[in-house]
Design a protein around this ligand. Structure first.
Ligand code: MN
Length: 460
């Protein structure tokens, strides 16, 4: 295939060029005025961008949660991702307390068999593990880990575990991702709210204030500094937490940060609406001014990547809550948290390009390049260099598409962006040279996607 006359944006610049894709599903040639070969498919990309396929480094396509479950699975979630311009995702596996990490990994491997795009896994530890557990994962190409500083009852680990895993990951070339919120303090605020009879949705946000996110980021930074390791903060949501990242950078600490489109486009006011429960996610949506700070953080490089934390629920599951009450959840602590986003990430970040907040090159860096580099997918993913996988998006900056649930393909009946029309969508999406989506229609097949074993990083 030859994609002609597009505006090619990747790590090597922003220029008009042609992109040739070989029969082996890899980028064969990039340059001006390439001549079509006999029998070659020619795609006219004039007026469109040609960019590396998106890399979404934070998804939950398999996530049982109390009485309910995230409503996408690998076939539905990866098809929606492809339509939106994402061609690789990294899914979080959770090894629950008492469960062997490799058993958890085997569970997710089975779930992922129907993936339509390429995928990798992060491993979540919820209790102390030996160094061997880290080494076992790295050996299998699972080179990143997750630790929670929140949810004491189920997921949170103490500082000794954080220190041990940071050290073990550094030694074996892995990267630790962290949910940074002060879980103990939040727990106390939640108990206090319930005791006072404050059971409504808004209390989800009130009991998880931004300052407790910032405090956890600073705390983590200190542990990273002491262990001479590095870490990656997932779903950074607030201005104080961003300030804590900047302070860590100033101290020379290797602390990366990810944010998500929901923190750029939605605010806490949504929790007060009739469908407030549909906007419960963690960290919670913030006051509107935080989003401007986050956009600034994206433009200036303080925030490294944009991922989704994709974790949709159906309205029915959201209403019944984590305890599965037919009469509906009893208080805010029973509402399952998470938002759909795997399909809308690229266009929602593109909105920032349209508004002049970031450049097209920033958009490619945040959504594809940086996550690929950070998580050991580079240079096969996240670039259009010769020899890279031909995961390619032809991006039509003028294509308009409603963000109503019925117009999208994620397996949920509620869209947090309902009523919005987004301008800028893929006209063509390739996964290793094979079309997987055309102008809003999935044209791939389940099980086309492959597990990508990621490479350990040498920088400890
Ligand atoms: Mn998550």
């Amino acid at each position: 295939m030859l994609i002609r006359d597009g505006r090619v944006v990747d790590v090597d610049g922003d220029r008009v060029a042609d992109v040739r894709i070989g029969r082996d599903g890899k980028i064969a040639e990039v340059g001006p005025s390439l001549v079509p070969l006999d029998g070659e498919d020619v795609v006219d990309a004039a007026g469109q961008l040609v960019v590396p396929g998106g890399v979404d480094a934070h998804t939950h396509l398999h996530l049982p949660l109390g009485a309910v479950s995230a409503s996408d699975d690998f076939p539905t979630g990866t098809a929606a991702a492809a339509i939106g311009g994402t061609t690789t995702l990294i899914e979080y596996v959770t090894a629950h307390r008492g469960e062997r990490p490799l058993d958890a990994l085997a569970t997710w491997e089975r779930q992922a068999e129907g993936a339509a795009i390429d995928y990798g896994f992060h491993m979540t530890f919820t209790e102390a593990v030996g160094e061997g557990a880290v080494a076992d994962c790295v050996e299998r190409g699972v080179t990143s880990f997750k630790l929670y500083m929140a949810y004491p009852e189920t997921l949170m680990v103490d500082d000794d575990v954080i220190v041990d895993v940071l050290r073990a990951a550094a030694k074996h070339g892995g990267l630790v991702t962290v949910h940074a919120e002060n879980g103990g303090a939040i727990e106390a605020l939640r108990r206090e709210a319930l005791a006072a009879g404050h059971t409504g949705v808004i209390n989800h946000a009130r009991t998880r204030p931004a300052v407790l996110e910032a405090e956890a980021v600073t705390h983590l930074a200190t542990l990273v500094e002491r262990t001479e390791s590095r870490a990656y903060v997932v779903h950074l949501s607030s201005a104080p937490a961003l300030a804590a990242i900047r302070q860590a950078h100033d101290r020379g600490i290797h602390l990366l940060a990810e944010t998500c489109p929901q923190y750029l486009h939605l605010d806490v006011g949504r929790l007060a609406g009739d469908d407030g429960e549909q906007f419960v996610c963690t960290p919670p949506l913030r006051d509107p001014w935080h989003a401007e700070e986050l956009w600034h953080g994206l433009a200036s490089g303080w925030i490294h990547t944009v991922a989704t934390d994709h974790c949709p629920f159906t309205t029915e599951d959201r209403e019944q809550g984590l305890r599965g009450r037919p009469e509906g959840w009893a208080d805010f602590t029973e509402i399952p948290g998470g938002l759909p986003g795997i399909e809308t990430r690229m266009t929602l970040v593109w909105e920032g390009v349209r508004a002049g907040k970031i450049t097209a090159a920033d958009w490619v860096r945040l959504c594809a390049e940086a996550p690929a580099q950070t998580f050991g997918l580079w240079p096969a993913k996240g670039s259009l260099r010769v020899g890279a996988d031909a995961d390619v998006v032809v991006w039509d900056p003028e294509r308009r598409q409603s963000l109503d649930a019925e117009a999208l393909h994620m397996n949920t009946d509620h869209s947090p962006y309902a009523g919005m029309v987004a301008t800028g969508w893929p006209s063509l999406v390739l996964s290793r040279g094979r079309p997987v989506a055309r102008a809003g229609v999935f044209v791939g097949e389940p099980a086309w996607g492959r597990f990508v074993a990621r490479t350990p990083s040498s920088s400890g």
